[in-house]
Design a protein around this ligand. Structure first.
Ligand code: FMN
Length: 332
């Protein structure tokens, strides 16, 4: 079992925070596939402090998603601490996570995200200021460094620990790498060897076997999965089971996959209205369709759907094609 502060997490599989993806609808769908911990998409500290309506709606958490880690980002101590206090007192999140990995210019320019990776003293100052003012455990998600010449992961991880942080998630890429190249797991191992708080490894875990390899090779306490879960939440269940028993479960049928996609869609509609949810769901539907034979036929049409019924109709028309094809093949 993984423990972060006073939060007990029943297995080491963690859903990564992903902006534009990890809202309550997706998190709950992934949670039902057995993951130990789900992370919410990053939320702006200033948005919280100024009471921005859209930002505050991002703080909604269904009880069934718990335990949940809620990530905030910001570049100034005062607003970061205030936002953390708001999350501490007004949400049912279990853990407050601070983003030190976001590589995009818009965030870096505000001295937030990966910007801090160049300065362990600043990491210490910001994390300890937050830890002092909240009751929930505070964690940090960071990249290994800024670029190949500035990889301070050991110092940075120790700064989080000294500041009272309860765990660290380490994405094995530098800021400059963005999402290119390979995640370097050696630095996840180095982080693990540098601190006594739990370290969650992240980057390029695509299969249940990758998850096991990351745990074995780095000694990390948990494994965080991002992109491999997109349109593929059952991959999390396969991973949990593989780590528990060494058994690799088969892929679900196309009908089962589309049933999950529609469940996700309906949750998104309940969360936002149908107009927004269906548009947001187009990208998810394309992910759910990855690898499904004959998907090319409906992929383009999916980009134009406007209502739930249109989208559901398209998805199940593909299921029927696949099942009919299967029956013909079996008969022959
Ligand atoms: C669409 C998308 C959005 C992301 N948003 C966030 C975010 O809000 N906060 C964060 O710390 N990382 C974010 N990340 C990074 C992921 O959490 C993760 O570190 C990265 O994708 C590497 O893990 P993976 O190889 O399992 O995908 C995002 C990644 C993607 C693909």
């Amino acid at each position: 079992m993984l423990r972060i502060g006073n939060v007990e997490i029943k297995n080491p599989v963690v859903l990564a925070p992903m902006a534009g993806v990890c809202n309550s609808a997706f998190r709950l769908t992934v949670k039902e596939f057995g993951v130990g911990l789900v992370c919410a998409e990053m939320v702006s500290d200033k948005g919280i402090v100024y009471g921005n309506e859209r930002t505050l709606s991002m703080l909604y958490i269904d009880e069934q998603e718990k335990p949940l880690s809620l990530q905030i980002f910001g570049g100034e101590k005062e607003s970061l601490v205030k936002a953390a206090q708001y999350v501490d007192k007004n949400t049912n999140a279990d853990i407050i996570d601070i983003n030190m990995g976001c590589p995009v210019n818009k965030i870096i320019k505000c001295e937030a995200g990966a910007r801090w990776l160049l300065n362990p003293d600043k990491i210490y100052e910001m994390v300890s200021a937050v830890v002092d003012k909240v009751d929930k455990p505070v964690t940090v998600k960071m990249r290994i460094g800024w670029d190949d010449d500035h990889i301070f992961i050991a110092d940075n991880a120790q700064a989080v620990e000294r500041a009272g942080g309860s765990a660290i998630a380490v994405h094995g890429r530098t800021r400059v790498q963005m999402y290119e190249g390979k995640a370097n797991w050696d630095y996840i191992k180095l982080a693990k060897e540098s601190v006594n708080i739990p370290v969650i490894g992240n980057g390029d875990v695509l299969t249940p076997q990758d998850a096991k390899r990351m745990l074995d090779e780095t000694g990390c306490d948990g494994v965080m999965i991002g992109r491999a879960a997109l349109g593929n939440p059952w991959m999390m269940y396969q991973t949990v089971k593989y780590l528990e028993s060494g058994i690799l479960l088969p892929e679900p049928s196309v009908r089962e996959k589309m049933d999950v996609c529609v469940l996700h869609l309906d949750r998104l509609i309940a969360l936002k209205d149908e107009y927004i949810a269906v548009r947001e769901m187009r990208k998810h539907a394309a992910w759910y369709l990855k690898g499904v034979s004959g998907n090319g036929k409906i992929r383009k049409e999916i980009n134009n759907v406007e209502t739930r019924d249109q989208l559901v109709g398209l998805l199940y028309s593909l299921v029927e094609d696949v099942e009919t094809e299967g029956q013909i093949t079996t008969a022959v």
